[in-house]
Ligand binder design. Structure first.
Ligand code: ADE
Length: 277
């Protein structure tokens, strides 16, 4: 625990704060996590005891004189590969046992562009665990034996390659933390999130009612809750249809939803005809 001087929050490597869901992050760059973790909701979640964050510097677990964490690839070629021993030693030390071959492990997740896609559904699945271990790869990759025999899961945050798993680990942590009960003030706050319902979220407005000549939709000022709900559902459907029609295949849709989407398609067809004329 403890708070170091000159650091307002005092999160040090190999140090924890808070409680309830525990994240262990294995990285060569623990300092990258300082400022995101010291800000806003993540910090509050730690201070409120909902979340414990522990950063582990993989270099501390290298046993050779130079604390080497990478090496050239067998078979030649460019780039460097992260060695298996420092990562494995770090995980073993933090868990207090060798995880190899055990079936009773918390998720031990390797962040890699080759992992399964990280989605809202995966965030929800992970938020049900009491402990998550995140391994951040670097360089050209991580020795295959870490993936095969140490990690229990692999996640990618998108089809692009970053310089390492640190930013992906932050993304996963952020998405999971906000789903932990009590982290966001309003317990229903995540229910309508984009992707939580399988749809993109409806548009939001706040005061003023007219801004630079642009009015808020009338229905939102009406105080008629059922009408507001209906409008929001329809706007979520419209937005998803326009921007991410692929999501509609998986979304749970009512008969009324389907009819609305059909109607949108008819309108879309009409406006295309009009534009051509
Ligand atoms: N490491 C590098 N790129 C990544 C990505 N897209 N997702 C997860 N880990 C990564």
């Amino acid at each position: 625990m403890g708070r170091a001087g000159g650091n307002p929050w005092g999160l040090q490597k190999n140090e924890t704060v808070g409680g309830v869901v525990r994240f262990d992050i294995f990285t060569l760059f623990p300092e990258m996590f300082k400022s995101p973790f010291e800000a806003s909701i993540i910090r509050r979640a730690c201070e409120a005891g909902r979340v414990t964050l522990a950063l582990h510097n993989v270099r501390d677990y290298a046993t050779d004189k130079h604390h080497q964490t990478d090496d050239t690839p067998y078979g030649g070629g460019g780039g460097m590969v992260m060695k298996p021993e420092p990562i494995w030693n770090a995980v073993e030390a933090v868990l207090g046992f060798d995880p190899a071959g055990r079936s009773d492990l918390p998720p031990l997740i390797l962040l890699t562009p080759q992992g399964r896609p990280f989605t809202q559904a995966v965030a929800r699945e992970l938020s049900a665990h009491e402990r998550l271990l995140l391994i951040c790869g670097r360089y050209e990759g991580v020795d295959e034996r870490v993936r095969q025999y140490l990690a229990t899961d692999e996640l990618s945050i998108g089809d692009y390659v970053l310089t390492g798993g640190e930013v992906p680990a932050m993304v996963v942590l952020d998405a999971v933390v906000r789903l932990i009960p009590g982290v966001l003030g309003d317990p229903g706050a995540t229910a309508d999130d984009s992707h939580a319902t399988g749809l993109l979220e409806y548009p939001h407005y706040t005061r003023p009612a007219v801004y630079r000549g642009h009015p808020v939709p009338e229905v939102l000022l009406s105080g008629h809750h059922a009408e507001v709900d209906r409008w929001r559902r329809r706007e979520a459907l419209r937005r998803t249809q326009e921007r991410r029609p692929d999501l509609l295949d998986q979304a749970e849709l009512s008969q009324a939803d389907r009819e609305f989407l059909d109607q949108l398609q008819v309108e879309e067809g009409d406006s295309t005809v009009l534009k051509r004329e």
